[in-house]
Design a protein around this ligand. Structure first.
Ligand SMILES: [Fe+2]
Ligand SMILES: [Fe+2]
Length: 292
């Protein structure tokens, strides 16, 4: 147990916080301004040649189903929207962040696939009508477990103890093991980092509550979007049910009826959503080159 281990204290000592490329930070900062233009966002991204090439390839992939060719970043932003373009840029960047972890501390391939599965499932769950919420849910899904990466990188001894306990006590949850060992959870670390990376506060809150959405429901945080919290929580569950990244055997927790209800769905929809998640996951892995 780290005695006075606040997240801020721990992370202030850490030099090795996962960096987001400056281009994504600039996009995040620019999107905080209500008056940002398509040309401005396009201009920021175009400064990064390799990101530009990958982004155009993905914009033209079958996942987005566009009927014509998108050949400039500005065009991609105007056709796909700010949030989708940010999602692609962040997804590409996060793949690199995940690949920096020593394998004995964290199975980074599985965690990455799980995160991508969570993002895809959360987006499907929200549905096609809510274009903004579904893109927000996707990005929060990609980032939701980044706190696990930070802990593994920076507190390897604590991480080993947490893993050992998880392996020997099947009834203990990851969050409970983290609290006992560290005094905080990977969800709290992820929320802290999302804030540092200049994501909107509601994203940080959705990450904070991805294992305990009821706490968000009872809190008075006006920055918290409860449907976004519900989407990320359920996306995490669906990814586990789908056996993407982590096994189906780990999916014993159920999605409560009120969470399904947030999206006009019931638990009867689970099988269909799992099937769609598998389809989209395979498409993204093949078309984006994103598998873990
Ligand atoms: Fe988590
Ligand atoms: Fe997760």
């Amino acid at each position: 147990m780290i005695p006075s281990g606040t997240i801020e204290k721990m992370l202030s000592k850490v030099r090795d916080l996962p960096p987001l490329p400056s281009v994504v930070l600039q996009v995040n900062r620019a999107l905080k301004e209500s008056s940002v233009s398509i040309d401005e966002i396009g201009g920021i991204i175009e400064k990064d040649a390799s990101l530009t090439v990958k982004l155009l390839k993905i914009a033209n992939s079958s996942y987005y189903g566009l009927s014509y060719n998108v050949d400039t970043v500005t065009r991609a932003v105007s056709v796909l929207g700010f949030d989708t373009v940010r999602n692609i840029a962040v997804t590409l960047s996060m793949g690199k962040v995940f690949s920096r972890i020593p394998e004995d501390l964290l199975d980074v391939g599985r965690l990455w696939n799980h995160s991508l599965g969570c993002a895809i499932a959360a987006k499907i769950l929200v549905g096609k009508k809510e274009k903004i919420l579904r893109e927000e849910a996707f990005i929060c899904g990609i980032v939701h477990d980044i706190g696990q990466v930070v802990i593994a990188q920076n507190l390897p001894e604590a991480q080993r103890k947490i893993r050992k306990r998880m392996a020997s006590e099947s009834s203990v949850s990851l969050s409970a093991a983290e609290i006992d060992e560290l005094g905080f959870t990977h969800a709290e670390v992820g929320a802290y980092l999302a804030d540092k990376w200049h994501f909107p506060t509601k994203y940080a809150e959705a990450i904070r509550f991805h294992h305990n959405p009821c706490d968000a429901a009872t809190g008075d945080s006006s920055a918290c979007d409860k449907r976004l919290v519900a989407a990320v929580f359920a996306g995490n569950m669906v990814a586990k049910h789908s056996g993407i990244g982590f096994g189906i055997g780990e999916a014993s927790e159920q999605i409560p009826d009120d969470v399904w209800g947030c999206f006009g769905r019931t638990s009867d929809d689970l099988d269909t959503i799992v099937e769609e998640t598998h389809q989209d996951f395979n498409e993204v892995v093949a078309g984006w080159g994103m598998g873990g």
